[in-house]
Design a protein around this ligand. Sequence first.
Ligand code: ADP
Ligand code: MG
Length: 460
Amino acid sequence: MTRLERDGVSMQVSDARKIWNSACDKYLVNEVSPLTYNTWFRKVEPFSPDDQTFVLAVPNDVTREYMVKYTDLITNVLVMLTNKNYDVRVKVYENGIADIEESLVTNKKNKSNANTERRHQGSTLNPQYTFDNFIVGSSNGFAHAACVAVATMQGSQNYNPLFLYGGSGLGKTHLLHAIGNQVLVEHPDRNVVYIQTEQFVNEFISCIQRNDYDDFRKSYRMTDMLLIDDIQFIEGKEQMQVEFFHTFNWLFESGKNIVLSCDKPPQSLATLEERLKTRFISGLTIDITPPDYETRVAILKNLADLSNMTLPSEVIHYIANSFTTNVRELEGAFKTIKASADIGHPISLETTKNLLKNMIHPGTVRPLDPLLIMEVVANYYSVTVGDLKSKLRSQDVVIPRHMAMYLCRTKLGMTNTEIGLLFGGKNHATVINACANIKSKLESDPRTQEQLDNIEERLV
Ligand code: ADP
Ligand code: MG
């Protein structure tokens, strides 16, 4: 159970969030430009302190000024969705959800005059990040399995602490929330705390200033599971590291699970106390790497399915080849395409290229290499790269294998020996044969030419 739920105010946040999400998905995304939508509307944290008021919490004055212009539009959209004429207000909450929680909880406590114990002010779990909607591939499979293990076998010291690291947008935060959400499904009474390290540090500083440092300690030590995101922000903060060390030990020795995420391995945290580094690597340390082509395609297909959309396969291939290092960007690309489709524009490869041209960083488009050829060919014929490298002799594998060999020869000028090695150690005569086979098919069978054209289109 999250803090908000325990305090009985979750409806004010979770229902408001549901309403806001449908307002965004069904209406607002079509009413404003994708840039405005992604920059401003998606940053809002909605809540509804009472039946008549709908508050849009924003992080700063700039966002507030921008959003205020849209309150009439938002009011109308809320009427359409809920049949209620909400008083829509835009307010600045510098610490995001923590401030909102605080204001709601204080409100509630004042009302009930309850004198309950102070708990941590950590963020709540995002119900949208679950194991169900996390696509598993070779880049994140181990991390995913370890997270599932922690969520289902809490208290097991084998994976304690679990330290996940990897670049931005690769699913670390998603996995941390998924653990918490899963634990709460099975044990709603558990005190699971998810917190961003920056927020943890801020809370610590304000407790020191208010001199209620003991409260801070107690609140964290009461947790059953601590999920702490982006621990790299603790670098260079010595006093904080000392405090964290004690909290860590306390939880660890009480058999409570700790999961940490970081943008680099523990050894690379430059200004981190040695004893903390030792603690961090005493459990299981796993890296998450950028998803491979197949996983990127699966993520896009999943996003399309969730939105009841069918994306042409060349569009999927184009997006998957253009955003290779960051799932957040992959999702951003999908949302842009979806926004355009939602207002009735048909999706084609041309429109996709046009819509995404400003989002693709120069240099991130993957240059043509043998692996890309194999991935694209395998995908086109619905076989796997492993099949291409295998010794399988069935026609549904032989043709794609020959085609991929032919492309490596003609597009990359690789030698027959190099190609043979790449395709699972075949000899050069096999490659010569394969290329000759495709050549003669191209001359005699227009379908082969058509297949080649389609594949070449996906390689650009
Ligand atoms: P990080 O914390 O590593 O920077 P996030 O967890 O915030 O990354 O992920 C960025 C976005 O990509 C989120 O919306 C997340 O849901 C999505 N995402 C990342 N990896 C996957 C995956 N394997 N399957 C589905 N969605 C993913
Ligand atoms: Mg993150």
